[in-house]
Ligand binder design. Structure first.
Ligand code: B1M
Length: 211
């Protein structure tokens, strides 16, 4: 039983999407629980990806390829996880702020979070403060995450925090920000809960906040 999950994690690391999907199906056919496959196969594999990315042993393209394999496995599991209500260790709403179209880093963060077991709601790019507010009202997330790659759009992170405060929702959700020009000092200045410099750190910090 453990062998199939170890192999699944290895194949995920190598980005073998079709093999990962086939192995997830085989594990189900052999009677393994969907949540066991998620935790000990797919998430275990993404954990190693995150660790090696943080250490500089893997680069963005390799992480994206591994994330694609994770998605292939998730596609097989998702209907069963939804049925058994074991989907997600927490809900994370993510988006790139208003005026900003950069989404490669945001997608990477979203995929790594999903790989870590979060239920990720991706609002896309150019997300207005009011759209973040509406998403918090609709999805009741544990965390929201904002990404910005332009110094000129960082102001919309502050505007989003203000919109959440005005809507009376600021205390109901933790907020994380990131993106190349964003700093921990800026995060403190606008009153959010966390800054993550990269996708692997975003996962570690989000996990810590959930616990
Ligand atoms: Co643009 N761009 N771009 N661009 N672009 C930059 C960001 C820039 C630094 C290039 C430069 O001038 N040297 C510069 C910004 C300068 C500044 O303001 N500081 C710039 C500019 C000026 C522009 C335009 C204004 C250019 C123009 O039209 N004159 C324009 C703006 C469009 C808009 O958004 N309104 C523009 C457009 C574009 C493209 C559309 C062509 C394309 C985006 C494609 C896409 O995303 N789908 C693009 C790209 C690709 C870049 C560069 C080359 C690469 C960005 C990237 O994807 N990096 C970039 C220059 C560079 O960085 N070398 C540049 C890889 C990615 C994995 O890293 O996004 O930093 P990053 O994400 C990291 C971390 O930051 C962190 O984790 C990720 C993974 O570890 N992270 C988070 C990110 N979000 C997080 C959220 C979190 C936590 C961590 O919590 C929620």
């Amino acid at each position: 039983m453990a062998d199939i999950l170890e192999r699944m994690a290895e194949l995920l690391y190598e980005g073998e999407d079709e093999e990962v999907a086939a192995l997830v199906q085989q594990a189900l056919d052999e009677g393994l629980e969907p949540n066991t496959i998620l935790q000990d196969g797919l998430i275990a594999g993404m954990d190693v990806v995150g660790r090696d990315f943080k250490a500089g042993d893997l680069f963005v393209p390799e992480v994206l390829i591994a994330a694609r394999a994770m998605h292939a496995g998730m596609d097989v599991l998702r209907p069963l996880l939804a049925e058994s209500d074991t989907m997600g260790i927490g809900t994370f709403v993510i988006g790139t702020v208003q005026g900003d179209l950069h989404d490669i880093g945001k997608n990477l963060v979203g995929m790594m979070l999903e790989g870590a077991g979060f239920n990720v709601v991706d609002l896309g790019t150019d997300v207005k403060p009011q759209d973040f507010v509406a998403a918090v009202q609709a999805h009741h997330p544990d965390l929201i995450g904002m990404s910005a790659l332009l110094t000129t759009t960082m102001v919309n992170m502050r505007a989003t925090v203000e919109a959440l405060t005005e809507a009376g929702l600021r205390d109901s959700v933790k907020i994380m920000i990131g993106g190349a020009p964003v700093t921990a000092a800026f995060a403190e200045d606008i009153g959010v809960d966390a800054f993550a410099p990269d996708a692997a750190s975003a996962v570690d910090i989000a996990r810590g906040m959930i616990n």
